[in-house]
Design a protein around this ligand. Structure first.
Ligand code: OFO
Length: 167
């Protein structure tokens, strides 16, 4: 069994991941509306990945005999000033998620909950990858500012495909 403090923190993280999914779905709709279908695709894939992250926590809680408690998901913003602004907000949000994961790791250490500590290592690695992906796209967006390069980048982001990680 998972301790009560750890269980509450893991349930809170399900909500964080579902909000991430909601946020990126909202960004995907906005990109579609401004005609950048590739960016919209990238964000839709990201939204699905976040749902997968929520399900990893959900499945883990159940596998340890804990109770899943779903909370209200807040509404995400609906508009951004530019693609660069949307990706800067994405990176800011991912840094917040990295902090949440680090706090969960600290709690697992405090509680001497080895199983949860091990499960969380996947998320520690995932956050490194997610921040790096966002930083790469931000760097490209800065390079092409004011040129037609945005359409090339849009084509590149259209190639991203969703790979299911949670069974
Ligand atoms: Fe974006 O990694 Fe989950 O939230």
């Amino acid at each position: 069994m998972i301790g009560e403090r750890m269980l509450e923190a893991l349930n809170k993280q399900i909500n964080e991941e579902l909000y991430s999914s909601y946020l990126y779905l909202s960004m995907s709709a906005w990109f579609d509306n401004i005609g950048l279908k590739g960016f919209a695709n990238w964000m839709k894939v990201q939204s699905k990945e976040e749902l997968g992250h929520a399900m990893k926590f959900y499945n883990y809680i159940i596998s340890r005999g804990g109770k899943v408690r779903l909370h209200e998901i807040k509404a995400p913003p609906h508009e951004w000033q530019s693609p660069l602004h949307a990706f800067e907000e994405t990176l800011k949000h991912e840094k917040h998620i990295t902090e949440c994961i680090n706090k969960l790791v600290e709690l697992a250490e405090e509680e001497k909950d080895r199983a949860t500590f091990n499960m969380l290592q996947w998320f520690v690695d995932e956050q490194v990858e997610e921040e790096a992906n966002d930083e790469e796209i931000i760097a490209k967006l800065k390079m092409i500012e004011g040129s037609n390069g945005i359409f090339m980048l849009d084509n590149q982001l259209a190639q991203r495909k969703y790979v299911e990680e949670v069974k």
